[in-house]
Design a binder for this molecule. Structure first.
Ligand code: MYA
Ligand code: JJ1
Length: 388
């Protein structure tokens, strides 16, 4: 049934019953001289290209490929529209490899028609730190679908990751292949209910009017928690300490150092927003919250072309209840003119969904590990990792 995935070192569905298989790598690392030195063969007419995202021109080509061909919801009403600045940020973390940003072009026209990326990351899996690649932005042009190009892209990124002596990977997808570590669900909090209803993102509830709906979703103008403010460069050490400690409670979570926190969490306009609570008395940094900006194109609507969505990222509640912290994040997202605030039911997020008026979405997100076996399926609440 899965002609490609059956050949890969992933936990096969039939393995799930075998309780004796240990947790950890499925295949051992190989000596580097055994890793193929040449790229995999592409069908005639296509060629490999490395995408230098620092080049304005190439970044625009990648942006356009994704804006027109990347992930849609199941009714094809919305399509992710990652901005160029976002893509640069997502692909340039500390220690990134340019040749893990892989494109496929048509030989004759040089048109970019497919893409896949990896970035390096250290990931805690239970009590071990595992060097991994995070794989994302796999995309094949709509006109070239179902021609088995995706397996070639996946094998090629795997080869390039192996050449750096890295043998595990993490990825998320909307599709089900063998075998998810867990399945997370999207939840949505309306910030601009009128627009969401106008574009078909949400529906007017039974026995609800527009004005009651707008009133129900109203938020204060400014955050409520004393000492709540934007994260600044000098906060990096304190936020790193807070986050490192907090993330240890999850079975799977990133290992962040100060450079990672500076890259992933210092605010960048229209990309990522981070806030913290500084105690007015002691000036200690006690709590933290963040979200990233991922708009979607609205397909075929007369009045609107873009849905402005904020996605919950890493949050740490120590002194401020998580509910209050996320409520302040909602207030900031509203201030920044986002239409909706999205979260997955991972980490401790279940605890605030109902009270803060989130509703379940129709989208699911599967989490996967490549070449690493986990004994039992995890609960979404065991996951402390967010992939963009
Ligand atoms: S998830 C986002 C994926 N992108 C989209 O959904 C955008 C819109 N769709 C497309 O562009 C195409 O439909 C894609 C497939 C490119 C997705 N993850 O070429 P095909 C398998 C894994 O004929 P196409 C993200 O970016 C499928 O099961 N496998 O199909 C993370 C089948 O295999 P099998 C997938 O539709 C990506 C085969 O491909 C996915 O033309 C992580 C069919 O190929 C998927 N999302 O193209 C990738 N979709 O027959 C894995 C389809 O066996 C990384 N397939 O069922 C693994 C780790 C690698 C590094 C390891 C380092 C050590
Ligand atoms: O955004 C999503 N669904 C929306 C829109 C649905 C439109 C019709 N299909 C949704 N809206 C209801 C919201 C409502 C707000 C008020 C309270 C009640 C609920 O459910 C979904 C997520 O739910 N998004 C997608 O389907 C996009 C794809 C998600 C999978 C992504 C996988 C690829 C990522 C790889 O890195």
């Amino acid at each position: 049934r899965h002609k490609f995935w059956e050949t890969q070192p992933i936990c096969q569905f039939k393995d799930i019953v075998d309780v004796d298989l240990p947790e950890g790598p499925i295949e051992p690392p190989r000596p580097l001289f055994e890793v193929k030195k040449e790229p995999y063969n592409l069908p005639n007419f296509y060629e490999w290209t490395t995408c230098d995202m620092d080049s304005e021109e190439i970044c625009a080509e990648v942006y356009n490929l994704l804006a027109n061909n990347y992930v849609e919801d199941e009714e094809n009403m919305f399509r992710f529209n990652y901005s160029k600045e976002f893509l640069r940020w997502a692909l340039h973390p500390p220690g990134y490899f340019k040749n893990w940003h892989i494109g496929v072009r048509v030989k004759s026209s040089k048109k970019l028609v497919a893409f896949i990326t990896g970035i390096p990351a250290k990931i805690w899996v239970r009590d071990k730190i595992v060097p991994m690649a995070e794989i994302n932005f796999l995309c094949v042009h709509k006109k070239l679908r179902s021609k088995r190009l995706a397996p070639v892209l996946i094998k090629e990124v795997t080869r390039r990751v192996h050449l750096e002596n890295i043998w595990q990977a993490a990825f998320t997808a909307g599709v089900t292949i063998p075998t998810p570590v867990t399945t997370a669900q999207y939840w949505h909090r309306s910030l601009n209910p009128k627009k969401l209803i106008d574009v078909g993102f949400s529906k007017l509830g039974a026995r609800m009017t527009m004005s009651r709906t707008i009133k129900l979703h109203k938020l204060p103008e400014s955050p409520m928690t004393p000492g709540f403010r934007k994260m600044l460069p000098h906060d990096v050490p304190a936020v790193t300490r807070l986050l490192r400690k907090y993330l240890r409670q999850f079975a799977i979570a990133p290992e962040f150092n100060e450079n990672d926190v500076e890259h992933w969490l210092l605010p960048k306009v229209d990309v990522v927003y981070s806030f913290l609570v500084e105690s007015p008395e002691t000036h200690e940094i006690t709590d933290f919250c963040s979200f990233y900006s991922l708009p979607s194109s609205i397909l075929g609507n007369q009045n609107y072309s873009t849905l402005r969505a904020a996605y919950s990222y890493y949050n740490v509640s120590v002194n401020t209840p998580l509910i209050d912290l996320i409520n302040d994040a909602l207030i900031m997202a509203k201030q920044l003119d986002y239409d909706v605030f999205n979260v997955l039911n991972i980490m401790e997020n279940e605890s605030f969904l109902k009270e803060l008026k989130f509703g379940a979405g129709d989208g699911k997100l599967q989490y996967y590990l490549y070449n690493y076996r986990i004994k039992d399926e995890l609960n979404p609440s065991d996951l402390g990792l967010i992939l963009l």
